[in-house]
Design a protein around this ligand. Structure first.
Ligand SMILES: [Zn+2]
Length: 256
């Protein structure tokens, strides 16, 4: 199960690991917290419209959903495997600070229902506020609703920033040239984002043969928990993390 803040996060940070999961025959789910609808500058440029209203944003969100599904298709993940929660884009920090009880319960129900063996979540070190806020939200989901409910391994990924807290302890995901080519095709599906962010989207990826590998960092497990990630304190947003050294994720063949 991959949980992402926006359409395009899957292609930028998890294309290779998703392909590995597909190859292993794993049952896959991709959950998008937002539709990425609050994305005014690319929309203004592409639609040649300065003032954007709710209808405009809704239309943009639908476009971004379609781009995500097209990208997933290139990675071997069918549209039926994706869900969009339509939480307000660019508002996840606000949501977190407001308590987000409904969202916590909603996410907890989704994770508990699917009961993934492996969970990929945004890193708290990601510099995009929606990503780091979602990271904290998911740790709260774990500590408040899911602790002790079955074993799963959790891995975090970074889309924005070069945090040493992440990269110094992240594992490199092995990739082939064929997988890298599929990743580039998946990224290319996000046409709404390429107009203004093409350079950033392809930075470091280079050619299919020399692309920078994806990284994943194991999400910490408190010593007292069998399968938890983290001790989260809501009042101060302090996350007590430890980082056990564990091998890169592998996937079991499952049917669902
Ligand atoms: Zn994002």
């Amino acid at each position: 199960m991959l949980i992402a803040a926006h359409p395009d996060d899957e292609s930028l940070a998890c294309s290779i690991v998703l392909q590995h999961a597909v190859c292993a025959g794993a049952a896959i789910r991709v959950i998008y917290a937002t539709d990425g609808e609050n994305n005014p500058w690319p929309q203004r440029v592409l639609e040649r419209k300065w003032r954007l209203n709710g209808t405009d944003r809704e239309r943009w969100g639908k476009l971004r959903r379609a781009e995500a599904l097209a990208a997933l298709d290139f990675l071997g993940v069918g549209a039926s495997r994706a869900s969009f929660l339509a939480v307000a884009d660019q508002k996840l920090t606000e949501l977190l600070m407001s308590g987000c009880r409904v969202t916590l319960k909603r996410l907890a129900a989704i994770v508990a229902d699917w009961a993934p063996t492996d969970l990929l979540v945004p890193s708290i070190s990601d510099t995009h506020p929606d990503h780091s806020a979602l990271a904290v939200i998911l740790r709260l989901v774990w500590s408040e609703y899911l602790s002790g409910k079955g074993a799963m391994s959790a891995w975090s990924y970074v889309v924005h920033g070069r945090s040493r807290a992440f990269f110094d302890r992240a594992e490199t995901i092995r990739q082939t040239t064929v997988e890298m080519a599929a990743k580039l095709r998946a990224i290319s599906c996000h046409k709404t984002q390429l107009k203004l962010s093409r350079k950033r989207f392809f930075a470091g990826l280079g050619t299919a043969a020399s692309g920078a590998p994806e990284k994943a960092r194991p999400v910490s497990k408190p010593a007292t928990r069998q399968c938890g990630w983290v001790a989260a304190q809501r009042g101060t947003d302090l996350l007590k993390l430890s980082a056990p050294i564990v091998p890169a994720p592998t996937f079991r063949r499952t049917t669902r």
